[in-house]
Design a protein around this ligand. Sequence first.
Ligand code: NDP
Length: 255
Amino acid sequence: MTNLFDLTGRVAIVTGGNGGIGLGMARGLAQAGAAVAIVGRDAAKSGAAVAGLQQNGVNAISVIADVTDKAAVDRMVARTQREFGRVDILVNNAGINIRKAPHALAPEEWDSVIRTNLTSAFLCSQAVHPAMKQAGGGKIINIGSMMSIFGASFAPAYAASKGGIVQFTRSCAVAWAADNIQVNAILPGWIDTDLTKRARAEIDGLHDRVLARTPAARWGAIDDFAGIAVFLASRASDFVTGTAIPVDGGYSVMG
Ligand code: NDP
């Protein structure tokens, strides 16, 4: 019987794949058989992530790129094609947050968050589109947030970028359906990563508030993203496009 989730022979680019949620997804894709290009700016962190994957027999490379820079993004795709011969899966996961109220956020801070979280997804998706179209299909997975749904007094640019990710996802899904490219978003709940370690250190009571509001009664782990990544990257999701799927232990449906 064919395995709908098999990614043998497929090639994935995971931005921000050197740690956190990106690494959790990269591991899942690799476990299902994909070769993986890990993209980040920090060469040491990326090297360690790739070494860990390679130790488990994964075909992985590190690509150093700033995803806000179009030329670097074009080089990232070219390098992946040179190394692996194709690109089937793109995970737009790189992201940052600057925690300030709307009245305190500087225009440069706004730009930096929007460029890193939203413009990067546009640049990377546009850069892989020709290869996917030519190959007869592809899968793009964009990472949103609970702040794609809810407002956040301390994260106006972050929430705007993550709301934008959902509408960008829907637009690409419609535009590229004829090219057999499925484009979906994942909306993570509160996940234990470097990003939220900083938030927990800075925001009093955050850890317990998240526990109290999450029906699953725990913070998410990066391995919670392996399964959804494989589903959205595989033939199992060929008729699924333009969706935004919460992976949040029930946070977004808690009354
Ligand atoms: P981490 O801080 O652990 O990871 C962020 C990653 O993004 C790093 O690998 C970093 O690599 C990369 N990155 C940041 N800026 C750039 C850039 N300009 N170019 C290339 N890579 C970049 O955070 P998380 O794993 O928590 O977050 C991953 C995604 O999930 C983000 O989009 C975040 O908004 C989202 N998310 C996270 C949630 C959580 O609870 N943790 C909840 C909801 C959404 P490097 O430093 O090497 O550049």
